[in-house]
Design a binder for this molecule. Structure first.
Ligand SMILES: Nc1ncnc2c1ncn2[C@@H]1O[C@H](COP(=O)(O)OP(=O)(O)OP(=O)(O)O)[C@@H](O)[C@H]1O
Ligand SMILES: [Mg+2]
Length: 639
């Protein structure tokens, strides 16, 4: 059969190929001439003069089936929404194991809609190639030199459109992500490596089906809601209701453990919406039926306890409703997004002499104190003052000896007792002169920095010791908020945070740890995480860092999830950063911070331009790296 015959046959098919051909063709030389004006100059050929070497692409359809035949897989309806077609005329279409070159021609009327990052479908007969636009390029349709003075002046003088789209090609490069196929009628949609080359002239279609997007990007269809898929700040819309594509974090045991136990980081410059987003995410963990398994009893599933270190007194508001519109409620319900104040939110207030916590919400409040005895096994909590290493070692020795030699049943350990112990001239002489265990200068440094009178206001206050409150603090299905803003001294604030971190980590890691802590799935939320997990020498105790790195490694087994929030990810110890599987990157405006989160280069570039609510999610075990946009309302109060 000759080309002509075949072509004639095709003309009888339902789809009007000729119509499309007419639209794509540059049959309108006359119109072009009119549009370009009839002026002629010495330097300028008319834009539409016939190119020497170029035949119109669509002069004759090549050995080709009509579009509708290629689209036997249900996308046919969308054909009029096609961005364009795959073309082999400009550069060869190419697929190799390491990279591919798929070039598309974008039709004039679709040029406003395509952007870098847009997801597309290129159909085969019974499968689809799922890909992403990674390059856009204008080229003149006819060879002409528009970089001339006269052309420029003419265009500048023009009001309205300065381009006739038909005079240009808009070409796009598409990076294949995967091939989508139906395994069998019941098997649902599957993905595999892109291993088939798309045919020239195949339409490039928008992705209008939610499942295709989710399977294509390998993102779960349920779990902890983080936001909606977007491209350049615009939500990806499908033809389902609601049209948005929810991005969930894997939260089940079927395909690996819930990812929160592999830890999460939210980073963004100040005011970019970290707390707003975090509240929206945290609320999801206390959704009605959310349960996690524990190693101690794999049959038992328990709701998590969220322990929140709250430096700006914002999280007790998780207790309170926010105003949500009916439209919001509809989409929250249909996308399984938990919303509304969480009643089992409690505020735990460290009693500090001379400080008063006013309370930011109606959530129950309870006071506690830190017994000095806690320091015995955890001397590093006194190291918040930025001690050099030699002083840290000296301090640990002094603490050890104090509990060995001075504190006993009749003389219980207290902060004041320890103070007296190290200020005792005999003891100073013993350590610095007789045994030379601590250098004189270090000894005095320890006394000066560690025995700051502020510590006297925090240990052994008139409230229940924290060590007796584990059941209350770490109850399953509870949000326990520890505000610290009401405390003036940053040293005391840090001490309280470090105590809480230590309590959780110690008990989770030790086989003989407290059962209430061991048997509760805990998500520890650390705002301003860089303060406590800093990589800078001498800022925090190396012990807490290494314990935390260890805890991060064990988290999955022990049911401990870290949720870190910071504007300075570069200051977080790399050992800990490495353990974090899910990174949420809001707008960051300095290079050091952007480099520290280690996301692929093409996404790095976008980070400084992210608007409020827009973020990049890098969560390799959850799905491909994508941009999402968080909810634009908070599901609980945020004021
Ligand atoms: N997605 C959003 N849509 C609408 N408003 C938002 C969004 N995210 C944040 N906001 C608003 O922006 C402001 C700053 O947000 P937020 O307090 O969460 O920032 P932050 O990054 O935690 O700041 P800080 O560095 O001070 O802790 C708040 O008024 C909040 O209500
Ligand atoms: Mg904040």
């Amino acid at each position: 059969m000759s080309f002509e015959q075949k072509n004639n046959e095709n003309k009888t098919k339902k789809f009007d190929f000729d119509e499309l051909e007419k639209e794509l063709a540059f049959t309108d030389y006359e119109n072009n001439a009119a549009a370009a004006g009839n002026e002629k100059s010495l330097n300028e050929k008319p834009l539409n003069e016939k190119p020497l070497n170029e035949k119109p692409l669509n002069e004759k359809p090549l050995n080709e089936k009509p579009l509708n035949e290629m689209l036997s897989n249900g996308d046919y309806e969308n054909n009029d929404q096609a961005y364009g077609i795959v073309t082999a005329g400009v550069e060869p279409i190419e697929m190799t194991p390491t990279g591919s070159k798929i070039i598309g021609y974008v039709t004039a009327d679709q040029r406003e809609t395509v952007r870098l990052g847009t997801y597309v479908i290129i159909p085969y007969e019974n499968e689809n190639l799922f890909g992403k636009i990674t390059k856009l390029q204008y080229r003149p349709e006819f060879s002409s030199d528009d970089a001339t003075e006269i052309h420029t002046q003419r265009m500048l003088a023009k009001k309205g459109a300065r381009i006739n789209e038909n005079d240009y090609k808009l070409l796009t490069s598409i990076d294949p992500i995967c091939i989508l196929y139906e395994k069998n009628k019941k098997g649902g949609l599957q993905r595999r490596m892109a291993d088939r080359i798309p045919k020239p002239n195949t339409p490039i279609l928008p992705v209008l089906d939610k499942e295709k997007v989710q399977v294509g990007l390998n993102i779960p269809e349920e779990g902890i809601f983080l936001g909606h898929l977007s491209v350049g700040g615009e939500l990806v819309k499908t033809h389902q209701m609601p049209p948005t594509v929810a991005y969930y974090l894997r939260n089940d045991y079927v395909s690996g453990d819930p990812l929160i136990f592999r830890h999460m980081l939210v980073c963004g410059s100040t005011g970019t919406g970290k707390t707003f987003l975090t509240k929206n995410i945290l609320r999801q963990f206390e959704a009605d039926d959310n349960r996690y398994r524990l190693r101690s009893d794999p049959k038992l599933k328990s709701p998590p306890c969220l322990v929140i270190m709250d430096p700006q007194d914002e999280y007790s508001q998780l207790y309170e409703d926010s105003k949500v519109t009916e439209a919001d409620q509809f989409s929250f319900d249909s996308e399984k997004i938990a919303y509304g104040g969480f009643q089992n939110t409690k505020t735990f207030v460290a009693k500090v002499e001379g400080e008063n916590y006013a309370g930011k919400s109606k959530a129950d409040q309870m006071e506690f104190t830190i017994p000095f005895a806690f320091v015995k096994k955890n001397p590093w909590i006194l190291e918040t003052a930025g001690l050099p290493d030699n002083q840290k070692n000296g301090l640990e020795l002094l603490v050890e000896d104090y509990f060995k030699r001075a504190a006993n049943k009749n003389n219980p350990s207290t902060y004041l007792g320890f103070k007296a112990f190290i200020e005792d001239p005999d003891n100073r002489d013993y350590y610095t002169e007789q045994t030379k265990k601590i250098h004189e200068a270090s000894y005095d440094g320890i006394v000066r920095k560690v025995l700051n009178k502020e510590y006297g206001r925090v240990f052994d206050q008139d409230a229940k010791p924290i060590t007796e409150l584990y059941k209350t603090l770490f109850a399953p299905g509870q949000i326990s908020v520890f505000p610290t803003e009401y405390i003036n001294s940053s040293r005391i604030r840090d001490l309280i945070v470090l105590v809480m971190m230590t309590v959780i980590v110690n008990n989770k890691l030790n086989t003989s740890g407290n059962a209430d802590i061991k048997n509760t799935p805990i998500i520890l939320v650390l705002d301003e995480a860089h303060r406590y997990l800093s990589n800078a020498e001498g800022v925090m105790s190396g012990k807490i860092i290494s314990k935390f790195a260890e805890a991060a490694k064990q988290g999955r087994k022990e049911g401990l999830g870290l949720f870190l929030i910071t504007q300075d990810p570069q200051d977080i110890e790399t050992e800990i950063l490495k353990q974090i599987n899910t990174k949420i990157v809001l707008n960051l405006n300095n290079d050091a911070a952007i480099n520290a989160v280690k996301i692929p280069k093409d996404y790095e570039k976008r980070v400084p331009y992210l608007k409020k609510g827009q973020m990049i999610i890098h969560s390799p075990d959850n799905g491909d790296i994508v941009e999402i946009t968080g909810l634009n309302s908070c599901v609980v109060k945020h004021e």
